[in-house]
Design a protein around this ligand. Structure first.
Ligand code: BDP
Length: 339
């Protein structure tokens, strides 16, 4: 029933990833000259299944890449967590053992610090505000900010807004969150955000959340509605409290090691196709949000209205702790000023 597979032992993962990528690496290595496109197969990973918007968007990109390269460049998608957790796939991409990964940008927070910016609580006023920022120079600046760490950012994908959901009682105000044990993503910012709410943060990978909620290891988790639905969390945590504390986007990563071996033509085909998959993804995302909301409500979940202002007012310590460098301060200011 669980669509997101649990973690697999690290050694096995790496062995299979290296084997899987050996042929592609051999084809690419040293072969690329400017103005040329050579045959190569790239591999990408996602924890979600084939019918999820992130996976369908990368499939769209793969189709475009194949067509625009006359069948020379192909992208093979390992969905459903087949290559491990997001942290596992990020490590593989860094090493160049895996070409690409679609992950939550929160999984990059501790790797390249600027990616924390779009996850700051209550930063975006609306989906339109988020799009205006990510589609413009700030989005571009943030996408390139992980290159030193070994990652080329190809695109931002929507991920709606994240809200809290609980097993035992609905959360309506900040006071209701006090003392709850809440699963968060493996990011210091996510931990700090939940602590600022007066709750206790338990960081873990997505694949472990269902069981942790079911067994009571945690009282709550937080996510967008499509994740809440597709990972079946709504079956074990019935109260979905719409505090909409963050709009952390998804990021599509390409291994810098592999990128640097590609010709400018090959890079352009990949970049353009990634970019062109964004509007398609947004359409799918909106449809999926509506569909997921329907499924969870029919499945017995309760969508709870929240006193958002009480949550927002508690977030100052998060900004004080993470928005410290002149660059971060400038980014936040420019985002707030974006219309
Ligand atoms: C979802 C993201 C997924 C993350 C998950 C999480 O789409 O990439 O793994 O949240 O909470 O919204 O870990």
């Amino acid at each position: 029933m669980l669509h997101i597979v649990p973690r697999r032992p690290r050694a096995a993962l790496f062995a299979s990833a290296f084997l899987a990528s050996a042929s592609a690496a051999a084809v690419i290595a040293g072969a690329a000259l400017p103005g040329t496109v050579h045959a190569a197969e790239f591999r990408t990973a996602d924890i979600f299944t084939d019918d999820y918007p992130t996976v369908m968007a990368v499939k769209h990109m793969a189709d475009q890449v194949k067509e625009r390269s006359n069948g020379k460049l192909t992208i093979r998608i390992f969905s459903g967590g087949a290559l491990g957790s997001e942290n596992d796939t990020i490590e593989q991409v860094k090493l160049g053992a895996l070409t690409m990964a679609r992950v939550s940008s929160a999984a990059m927070h501790n790797i390249c610090s600027n990616t924390r910016v779009p996850a700051l609580p209550f930063l975006f006023r609306s989906k339109e505000h988020l799009h205006a920022v990510l589609d413009g120079p700030i989005g571009e600046q943030l996408l390139t900010s992980c290159e030193k760490a070994g990652f080329v950012g190809l695109a931002w994908y929507d991920s709606g807004s994240r809200s809290m959901y609980t097993r035992n009682k609905p959360v309506r105000t900040l006071a209701d969150a006090k003392g709850l044990k809440i699963r968060v993503q493996q990011s210091d910012l996510s931990v700090a955000m939940v602590e600022a709410m007066g709750a206790n943060a338990t960081p873990m990978s997505m694949g472990e959340v269902y069981t942790s909620l079911k067994t009571g290891l945690v009282d709550a988790a937080e996510n967008n509605i499509p994740s809440y639905e597709s990972a079946h969390h709504f079956e074990v945590a019935k109260f979905y409290s719409q505090d909409e504390h963050s709009m952390t986007p998804e990021i599509l990563l390409f291994s810098k090691r592999q990128w640097d071996k590609l010709s400018p033509d090959e890079q352009k085909i990949l970049r353009d196709a990634a970019r062109d998959s964004v509007p398609y993804m947004r359409k799918l995302w909106d449809e999926r949000e509506a569909k997921s909301r329907d499924i969870v409500v029919k499945g017995g979940a309760q969508i709870v209205e929240v006193d958002k202002a009480s949550f927002q007012a508690a977030m100052k310590p998060v900004y004080d702790r993470f928005v410290t460098t002149p660059e971060m301060k400038d980014l936040v200011k420019r985002i707030q000023d974006t219309q």
